[in-house]
Design a protein around this ligand. Structure first.
Ligand code: AFP
Length: 284
């Protein structure tokens, strides 16, 4: 299969798996004893989504590697593109019945790879309805996913010209002074309102819809931030940049960050270009 067909097959497979992931959530809110490679407790729901997606994405002809936020090593599945998956982003939102997502990045290089090797990225948002945002060849399409079938509802999706919301993760006392000063500037802007839901996909989807800035910044206690480059930063950076916005680790596009290992973390800032430009000015 040609590369574009494989990428679409990956998106189709993630969309078709979404109803089973969503249906399994109510019965899998329990924490397991296991920790993922990032040291976070895995929910039964994380395990279930990961097993389904590894089996189905790994079976696609043209997918040669499967890596997940939930498992230490990437798995060889033949020849071809590499997929990096966060099976259930925001799983701590399951207990309070808040938004969650599934993220997939499709790299034309062995993992770990820079975001410049991405040839597609998508996320499923488990909200009041199930939607998918998918970026390929510089264009973002939003789909409603019904019974695993995608229906395009917004094509050539771009961020609105005027930003409207912001959301910053981490504890305020743990923000470095430069980020705290930037946050204060944003908070004092009367045209921007706070929206932070604890699941990056839910928060980023609001940025795609309303414009603004989402950040999980470097913290004094965690200079690399919390989010993983391969599974969260790169795919979301790729999608937001394809929608006409920007991404940054504080100095450069997330897509230019050299990975040190498969589960390496990175400060993530994504959103409207002007707000990310101002962030980089504030941090440097
Ligand atoms: P979980 O998957 O453990 O809920 O973490 C979600 C996440 O990786 C990302 O989706 C959120 O933006 C961020 O963590 C929330 O982190 P805080 O709980 O520290 O706000």
């Amino acid at each position: 299969m040609d590369r574009a067909t494989v990428v679409d097959e990956v998106f189709e497979t993630v969309a078709s798996t979404a109803p089973e992931v969503r249906a399994a959530l109510p019965g899998r809110r329990t924490e397991t004893e296991d920790q993922n490679p990032s040291g976070e407790l895995r929910l039964a729901a994380d395990d279930y989504a990961d097993e389904l997606l590894e089996e189905r994405l790994g079976a696609i002809s043209g997918v040669g590697q499967y890596a997940s936020e939930e498992t230490q090593e990437a798995v060889d599945t033949g020849e071809g593109l590499a997929v990096a998956v966060d099976p259930l982003d925001g799983s701590s939102n399951l207990k309070p019945n808040n938004t969650m997502g599934t993220i997939v990045g499709v790299y034309d290089a062995p993992l770990p790879a820079t975001g410049r090797e991405l040839v597609g990225a998508a996320y499923v948002l488990y909200g009041p309805i199930t939607t998918m945002a998918a970026a390929v060849e510089g264009e973002v399409t939003e789909y409603v996913v019904t019974d695993g079938e995608r229906e395009a509802v917004r094509e050539e999706l771009t961020l609105p010209d005027e930003p409207a919301i912001y959301g910053f993760g981490g504890r305020v006392p743990d923000w470095p002074d430069e980020f705290a000063a930037y946050a204060e500037e944003i908070e004092s802007d009367e045209s921007l309102r706070l929206r932070y839901g604890g699941s990056m996909i839910g928060d980023v989807n609001q940025i795609l819809t309303y414009g603004g800035v989402f950040a999980y910044p470097a913290l004094e206690s965690a200079p690399e931030g919390k989010l993983r480059l391969q599974f969260e930063g790169n795919p979301v950076g790729y999608i937001v940049e394809a929608a006409g916005g920007r991404s940054s680790d504080g100095e450069r596009s997330l897509l230019d960050v050299e990975p040190d290992d498969l589960h390496g973390r990175v400060p993530v800032h994504v959103g409207s270009t002007g707000l990310i430009d101002r962030l980089e000015d504030a941090l440097n």
